[in-house]
Design a binder for this molecule. Sequence first.
Ligand code: CAA
Length: 286
Amino acid sequence: MHAQSDKTMAVIGAGTMGRGIVQVFAQAGYDAYMFDMAPEALDSAGKAIEKLLHRAVEKDRMTAEDAESTRSRIHPVSKLCDVGTCPLIVEAATERLEVKLEILQHAQKHVTEGGVLATNTSSISITQLAAAMDHPDRFIGMHFFNPVPLMKLVEVVRGLQTSDETTERTIAWAKEVGKTAVPCNDSPGFVSNRVLMPMINEAIFALQEGVAEPEAIDEIMKLGMNHPMGPLALADLIGLDVCLDIINVLFRDLGEDRYRPCPLLRKMVMAGRLGRKTKQGFFRYE
Ligand code: CAA
């Protein structure tokens, strides 16, 4: 396998999060390999990144030359072997334990000797995933936020066996791509979703119980708490299926009733109303 330079990384999965991670690394001067088995996913990711780069140039946030060199550093690949070996691989595949485990087993072979394998999981235990890897000390959670190019935070999640060196290197990578890295320990939902998901779930209970209309719930939280988006619009942005998966993990692993998923959330997911990605969730999208 061909070894890549230090300024190379790869992302597994070209979905909403994967493509965002690729974009921020490419903008920061990295050659970023974007792997996805589905050519349609690569195509759609390429178009979405292109749109954002175009917009950034149009709005004078980036020069045309910088946009061009960013483009030239993005390498979409549909075969994992084309990634070669990289010092950092970030997995951003489907949020299912079995899927992640299988992908990570393959991905770890593409990490340079001494390199780091990170996962962007929002709810699966880092310690559990790490335990199935050859080098659990060099496995870590690198949790980005949607929309990745705009959101400043990377929650750096240490599994039980993650080494201090791996944590430090991951924090340095996050800083290099312009993010603020905040470390925490592995625990269901980490910090972000432990706090965020119960709020979203409670907003859905309020809606289910007829406390207020969706617009009113969101307006109250936006204006009253200074949140940039209301919890229902945010749930639509994240994806209602993703919200349900995460709240289910909190309920199962923390074992407390306060994390029980709202029946209306389950219903929305069963109906295929998953939010922005299906053009309908608590709100409609064109
Ligand atoms: N991707 C890229 N750019 C986007 C975007 C997206 N999804 N949504 C909006 N933008 C851009 C717009 O194009 C606009 O850019 P221009 O200046 O070029 O016009 C700019 O952002 C501002 O957009 P708007 O004026 O339409 O809206 P806004 O000021 O409300 O900003 C927002 C949009 C940044 C998404 C803001 O509403 C926000 O911060 N919302 C909260 C997002 C959030 O909490 N994310 C975390 C979700 S949790 C998670 O991801 C982790 C998990 O594990 C579930």
